[in-house]
Ligand binder design. Structure first.
Ligand SMILES: Nc1ncnc2c1ncn2[C@@H]1O[C@H](COP(=O)(O)OP(=O)(O)OP(=O)(O)O)[C@@H](O)[C@H]1O
Ligand SMILES: [Mg+2]
Length: 359
């Protein structure tokens, strides 16, 4: 059952339509990630849920409480919602302890104990409690902002790009720690991020936003493997798009005849593969099977990326001369040498877009 519900929410700033009819259902205790390009309306959506602004049209409810119906709106401080804004927004003149304890009663007997607990929860050394925000790193400031939001034991936590100031390693470990922390406390969470890998690993449900609309909402693996259209596919990760002819669950395309995940569609369509679905096997040129030539290529470039390398492979078949070279992701220990001929095998099925543009 939905805990947070948004129905047909619209918000404009003068001529700019920031949200254009958003419906979103968030189950209790779940983690939802919202991804989308800059300016697509992600922060606006969080600000409306938090109560800093009211929708022009539409309804927002949390549990059994109606938070906003058009311009009628429950004030932010009565919503029980924690918000960690995009720019940490700590009070610069207050110590870390006073920032975290900002919403706690000044004379509460367990105030300082609770502040220390919150510091430990976000993995910060309580020795930093007397520092001012400018004496902390960007990542530490974000964790203080998170502790300040947690102090009020919110029903719902809204995080607007909270890990963006952290380096890759710390980012992954902080994300995991925050996910565990919020999960253990049973706090329903919405995370806004630019980072698609972060969204896919953090969330139970991912919502992709474009131009003020949610274009697709679903489980991370469903969105990654079965995006509604090419733009969503490209937003969620590296994508190979190929024109194809479909018939009975098979596609005839530049890679030969390959299985697709739609047995109903037939005729021309665009299909999608993820680069890690292509496997390369080196073949000496003299052993090339002319019948299999359509699935052979030459390694034109190797981008050494650590665990996974990006290989650019140009198809050998002359009929495919106009086809863009393919990007393949291969484990570093398996990469064929530059200039070598390889056979290309497709693993799993190609995806047919629901909103496919016929090509
Ligand atoms: N207070 C405001 N006044 C006027 N326009 C605004 C205001 N706030 C946001 N906008 C506009 O609304 C649109 C959505 O902005 P929003 O901040 O929600 O985007 P975002 O998806 O969070 O982007 P980013 O990823 O860059 O943070 C943008 O076109 C933005 O310029
Ligand atoms: Mg934003």
């Amino acid at each position: 059952m939905s805990f947070l519900e948004l129905n047909a929410v619209r918000k404009s700033y003068g001529p700019v339509v920031a949200l254009d009819g958003v419906d979103l259902h968030v189950p209790a205790g779940s983690r939802t990630a919202i991804v989308g390009p800059s300016g697509s309306g992600k922060t606006t959506l969080l600000r409306l849920i938090a109560g800093f602004e009211a929708p022009d049209v539409g309804r927002i409810s949390l549990g059994r409480q109606q938070l906003a119906q058009g311009l009628q709106s429950v004030p932010a401080h009565q919503r029980g919602i924690g918000f960690v804004p995009q720019e940490g927004a700590l009070f610069p003149h207050l110590s870390v302890a006073d920032n975290i304890g900002f919403g706690l009663a000044r004379n509460a007997p367990d105030r300082s104990q609770r502040i220390t607990e919150l510091m430990q929860m976000v993995a910060l050394d309580p020795a930093m409690l007397s520092r001012r925000p400018h004496e902390l790193s960007g990542g530490q400031q974000q964790r203080v902002a998170l502790a300040r939001a947690l102090a009020l034991r919110p029903r719902l936590m809204l995080l607007d790009e909270p890990f963006s100031a952290l380096d890759t390693g710390l980012r992954a470990s902080t994300r995991k720690a925050v996910a565990q922390l919020l999960g253990a406390a049973g706090i329903t969470t919405i995370l806004v991020t630019h980072d698609q890998a972060e969204a896919l690993s953090f969330a139970d449900q991912v919502a992709v936003m474009r131009g003020g609309k949610l274009v697709q909402v679903g489980a991370p693996n469903a969105l990654y493997l079965r995006p509604v259209d090419a733009a969503t596919a490209q937003f969620l990760g590296e994508t190979i798009l190929l024109p194809a002819q479909l018939a009975q669950g098979w596609a005839t395309c530049a890679l030969g005849v390959i299985a697709v995940n739609d047995s109903e569609r037939s005729g021309p369509a665009q299909i999608m593969l993820r680069p890690e679905q292509l496997q390369l096997t080196p073949v000496p040129t003299e052993q090339l099977d002319p019948d299999a030539e359509a699935c052979c290529g030459v390694v034109e470039d190797i981008d050494f990326g650590g665990a996974l390398c990006g290989l650019t492979v140009r198809l050998l078949d002359e009929a495919q001369a106009g086809t863009e070279p393919l990007l393949v992701r291969s484990p570093a220990i398996h990469i064929p040498p530059l200039g070598s001929t390889v056979q290309i095998t497709v693993m799993g099925q190609a995806h047919v877009f629901a909103n496919s543009v016929t090509v």
